[in-house]
Design a protein around this ligand. Structure first.
Ligand code: HEC
Length: 155
C-alpha cells in the first residue's frame, strides 16, 4: 500500500519536473505579426524587463563617455553594475515565461559586463579593448531585438 503511494508520489514529482522543464525551455513565446517571437508578459513583468533594458542602454552610454574621458574607473564601476547583479530581481515566474535562449542570451550579456569589470580592474583591458568589447556585446543587443518582442497580456 505505502509502496504504491510512494510510487504515485514519485510519478507526480517526475511529471512536475517534465512540465516545469518544458515551460522553462519554451517560455511563452509565439510568432508575432512582425516575424519576431512575441513573449507574453504581464504588465509589471514587461515593465521590469524594459527598465532593465533602459539601464543597459544608459550604462553603455556611460561607458562610451567614460572612454572619451579616459576614465577607466567609471568604466569598471558601470560595467559591474550591468553584470549579473542587475538581473537579481527577476523572479522565478517571470524567468519561466522567458524562452531558454532569451534567458541564456540575456545572462551572457550580464556575464560579459562582469568580465569587463574584472579585466579593467586588473589592467587586462585597455580603452581600445573596452570599445571593441562594447561593440561586440551590442551585436547581441541587436540580434536579440531582431528575434524577440515583449507583448503585454491582460489577465
Ligand atoms: C535576451 C534578449 C535581449 C538582449 C540581450 C537585449 N535586449 Fe533590449 N530588449 C529586448 C526585447 C525583447 C525588448 C522589447 C522590444 C519590443 O517589445 O519591441 C527590448 C527593449 C529594449 C529597449 C526599449 C526599452 C523601453 O523602455 O521600451 C532598450 C532601450 C533596450 N532593449 C536596450 C538594450 C541594450 C542596450 C542591450 C544590450 C546591452 C539589450 N537591450 C539587450 C531583448 C533584449
Amino acid at each position: 500500500m505505502w509502496k504504491r503511494v510512494a510510487l504515485v508520489a514519485i510519478g507526480f514529482w517526475i511529471l512536475t519536473l517534465i512540465v516545469g522543464g518544458y515551460f522553462f525551455v519554451k517560455g511563452t513565446g509565439k510568432r508575432g505579426d512582425d516575424g519576431r517571437l512575441a513573449v507574453a508578459l504581464k504588465r509589471d513583468e514587461r515593465n521590469l524587463v524594459l527598465s532593465e533594458m533602459r539601464q543597459l542602454l544608459a550604462g553603455v552610454q556611460t561607458i562610451l563617455q567614460a572612454i572619451t574621458n579616459d576614465d577607466l574607473k567609471i568604466v569598471e564601476y558601470t560595467a559591474s553594475s550591468l553584470g549579473m547583479k542587475a538581473a537579481v530581481d527577476v523572479n522565478p515566474v517571470l524567468m519561466a515565461k522567458l524562452p531558454l535562449e532569451f534567458k541564456s542570451t540575456g545572462m551572457g550579456v550580464h556575464g560579459r559586463f562582469d568580465e569587463m569589470a574584472l579585466k579593467v580592474h586588473s589592467g587586462k583591458m585597455n580603452k581600445d579593448e573596452v570599445l571593441k568589447e562594447v561593440s561586440d556585446i551590442m551585436l547581441t543587443c541587436v540580434g536579440c531585438h531582431q528575434a524577440y518582442r515583449l507583448d503585454e497580456v491582460i489577465d
